[in-house]
Design a binder for this molecule. Structure first.
Ligand SMILES: NC(=O)C1=CN([C@@H]2O[C@H](COP(=O)(O)OP(=O)(O)OC[C@H]3O[C@@H](n4cnc5c(N)ncnc54)[C@H](OP(=O)(O)O)[C@@H]3O)[C@@H](O)[C@H]2O)C=CC1
Ligand SMILES: CC[C@](O)(C(C)=O)C(=O)O
Ligand SMILES: [Mg+2]
Ligand SMILES: [Mg+2]
Length: 342
């Protein structure tokens, strides 16, 4: 079994006396900055002028233009959107990477796919929470945490792994468990997970279920509750106790249906497609396409995004959630709204 690091295994002292610059104050950025600050770490934030700048200031941070923040810090955590990172790195971070500093990421994309090539005399590592930033923040405030991965790409100081572990501990990840990996493994598994299972696979499953019921004449509101709203309640049980606990809680009728229907939905064909998706990731085909899509100003991304927002599932869901004030809406992932509450 792999070594899993918990709080007691980690010496947070490796961050003592170091200033950490959090570059970006979005989903991950606000969570890392606030969790580190509340763990006693000296944190500054690097941004461009705009909404996030104001939000980070409201949250009590000293905020600087990216280059100034990178200049002031020993540990520079890059929490900008992946596609923005290479340009900002070239313009404002590279020049501030004096020997012995640490360049840090929450995802290995730009290092693994050679979009950022750091100098050899700095530490380069990643601390990648295995969960959305708003949950990294929310769980931390609740005394819990989201698991994380660390990986060292360059160890110029001889302390890169210890600093990575200390960072992971101070954002709360070692409360849940931290594993060591490589940039390659983190990048490929993260892309696969979000595409095939967590985001792509789940969204497609929910939509197909909703459409099947509505096309058969059932009420959209019932289809929404059945295929989307209740998914959270079912996944919560899996989170707490695996498939076993979910199946313990559901009826035996549902469990028999699960055994019979599941393999008809996720078939050998589906698994073959999953393997093809993984292959595209491993060979760099997905990365190449995403980089190109951004160079072209995201024509396909924007068109799909608009169509998805207008899908009947989303329309009916918005109306139903209005009547459920207890369902939190962390509305603007990218907009630094409601970051404090997750
Ligand atoms: N989202 C998640 O939960 C997870 C993300 N990651 C990784 O974490 C990293 C950050 O992702 P995520 O948190 O989603 O990013 P976001 O899209 O939430 O980041 C947006 C932030 O970046 C700022 N920003 C964007 N462009 C620039 C720029 N050119 N110059 C300065 N600031 C800029 C925005 O400021 P402004 O308000 O001015 O636009 C905002 O503060 C990525 O590497 C991602 O793969 C890893 C695990 C999970
Ligand atoms: C599942 C999506 C994710 O990988 C994440 C929240 O971990 C991301 O890139 O946002
Ligand atoms: Mg992820
Ligand atoms: Mg990801």
């Amino acid at each position: 079994m792999a070594k899993v690091y918990y709080n007691g295994d980690v010496n947070e002292g490796f961050l003592t006396g170091k200033t950490v610059a959090i570059i970006g104050y979005g989903s991950q950025g606000h969570a890392h900055a606030l969790n580190l600050k509340e763990s006693g770490v000296d944190v500054i934030v690097g941004l461009r002028q705009g909404k996030s700048w104001e939000k980070a200031k409201e949250d009590g941070f000293n905020v600087f233009p990216v280059q100034e923040a990178a200049e002031k810090a020993e540990v520079i955590m890059v929490l900008l959107p992946d596609e923005q990172q290479p340009e900002v790195y070239k313009a404002s971070i590279e020049s501030e990477l004096t020997p012995g500093k640490a360049l840090v990421f929450a995802h290995g994309f730009n290092i693994h796919f050679n979009q950022i090539v750091p100098p050899s005399d700095v530490d380069v590592f990643l601390v990648a929470p295995k969960g959305p930033g708003h949950l990294v923040r929310r769980t931390f405030t609740e005394g819990a945490g989201v698991p994380g991965l660390i990986a060292v790409y360059q160890d110029a100081t001889g302390e890169a792994k210890d600093i990575a572990l200390a960072y992971a501990k101070q954002i709360g990840a070692a409360r849940a468990g931290v594993l060591e990996t490589t940039f390659k493994e983190e990048t490929e598994t993260d892309l696969f997970g979000e595409q095939a299972v967590l985001c792509g696979g789940t969204s497609a499953l929910v939509k197909a279920g909703f459409e099947t019921l509505v096309e058969a004449g059932y009420q959209p509101e019932i289809a929404y509750f059945e295929c989307l709203h209740e998914l959270k309640l079912i996944v919560d049980l899996m989170y707490e106790g695996g498939l076993e606990y979910m199946r313990y809680s559901i009826s035996d009728t549902a469990q028999w249906g699960d055994f019979q229907a599941g393999p008809r939905i996720v078939t050998d064909e589906t698994k073959k497609e999953m393997k093809a998706i993984l292959d595209d990731i491993q060979k760099g085909k997905f990365a190449k396409g995403w980089i190109l899509e951004n160079k072209l100003n995201r024509p396909e991304y924007n068109a799909i995004n608009t169509a998805e927002a207008n899908h009947p599932l989303e329309v009916v869901g918005r109306e139903l959630r209005e009547m459920m004030p207890f369902v939190k809406q962390s509305k603007q992932k990218k907009g630094a709204v409601n970051h404090g509450q997750g």
